[in-house]
Design a protein around this ligand. Structure first.
Ligand SMILES: Cc1cc2nc3c(=O)[nH]c(=O)nc-3n(C[C@H](O)[C@H](O)[C@H](O)COP(=O)(O)OP(=O)(O)OC[C@H]3O[C@@H](n4cnc5c(N)ncnc54)[C@H](O)[C@@H]3O)c2cc1C
Length: 295
């Protein structure tokens, strides 16, 4: 089949995202992300919401306000009306984290059927760091550069050696006398986790924002965060109002416990609240005042 043809459509489209379609957006050393297809835009969210709230006034400002309201109040189903399909090339260890997001449709390159490329991810030397003591899942300070180079050398040797064995297992190595000719599904099992794989990944906007909330967070592993950051750039272009609402009410927000609310209430009452009141919209002020019991 040849490349995509040009079509006209009566559906909503986003010109800036159309310009980005099929383009490889580089991530990590050999990875990429391509927007293959999408459905809907900000107006699709509003349109779906108005089915439940009824038709009414519809200026751009009001649409934005409605999207913010939906995001803030976790009225999530209108965001499910938008979908995006990505082609992603990513290291296997990143794919293992990514696949935990079950609310998506995935079709991965089959290493039972095809031969994996000789491409591996290696971290930049400054990202080779010690184990964090306060975050058991994270990294702390970079190790000295010469030590990082040693680590990277070992990583490279392991990846290349195992890949050579992979070819011998398959029966495609440079030295024929070492070829075994076993099946692809078995030959692959010794490959290192930094080998690149590829998949098509389709998600609706609601679940995509859930993915971004968790994977663009500083606590997520640096490598998957790189993909999440690139997707955030795409979402900002695709659905700018929803993205703005996401940044305001989810990505940039925090959840407080009952005790924390109680402490903050005391602090706010003690310090005076007029500045806070002046900076918020009436609705946001009323919501905050209710949470903190402010007059
Ligand atoms: C920093 C970090 C560290 C992590 N560490 C680990 C780890 O050590 N080990 C590990 O195994 N995982 C780990 N995870 C994965 C994590 O536990 C989640 O599986 C992953 O983030 C997917 O989140 P999710 O369930 O919200 O997304 P999705 O699977 O996409 O689900 C989205 C939403 O759909 C609904 N849903 C999905 N499936 C079901 C279901 N079966 N039943 C009911 N509702 C459902 C839920 O509302 C869910 O929130 C980690 C994640 C992060 C971000």
């Amino acid at each position: 089949m040849t490349g995509p043809s040009t079509y006209t459509t009566r559906r909503v489209t986003v010109p800036q995202l159309e310009a980005l379609l099929f383009r490889e957006l580089p991530v990590l050393d050999h990875g990429f992300l391509r927007v293959v297809d999408y459905m809907g835009d900000d107006s699709s969210i509003v349109q779906a919401a108005r089915v439940s709230y009824g038709v009414g006034t519809k200026t751009v400002r009001e649409d934005k306000a409605l999207i913010k309201y939906l995001m803030r109040n976790r009225h999530t189903s209108p965001f499910e009306m938008c979908e995006i399909k990505l082609h992603v090339k990513l290291p296997i260890f990143v794919a293992r984290q990514w696949i935990r997001h079950r609310m998506a449709s995935v079709n991965e390159y089959s290493a039972r059927y095809s031969i994996l490329d000789k491409e591996f991810y290696f971290p930049a030397p400054e990202n080779v760091a010690t184990q964090s003591q306060d975050n058991r899942q994270g990294r702390a300070d970079p190790i000295p550069p010469e030590m990082a180079q040693q680590v990277l050398r070992i990583m490279r040797e392991d990846a290349h050696r195992n890949y050579e064995h992979y070819l011998e297992f398959l029966g495609g190595s440079d030295r024929e006398e070492k070829d075994f000719g076993i099946s692809r599904e078995l030959a692959r099992i010794n490959l290192t986790l930094n080998t690149y794989t590829q998949w098509y990944w389709k998600s609706d906007l609601h679940n995509l924002l859930g993915f971004l909330q968790l994977r663009a967070d500083p606590h997520a592993q640096l490598e998957i965060r790189e993909y999440a950051k690139t997707i955030m750039d795409v979402v900002r272009i695709w659905v700018p109002s929803a993205y703005e609402a996401f940044e305001e009410y989810r990505y940039g927000s925090v959840t407080l416990s009952r005790t924390e609310v109680s402490i903050l209430r005391d602090l706010l009452v003690g310090k005076g609240i007029s500045k806070l009141r002046a900076e918020l919209t009436k609705r946001d002020w009323e919501k905050l005042a209710k949470i903190f019991g402010l007059g």
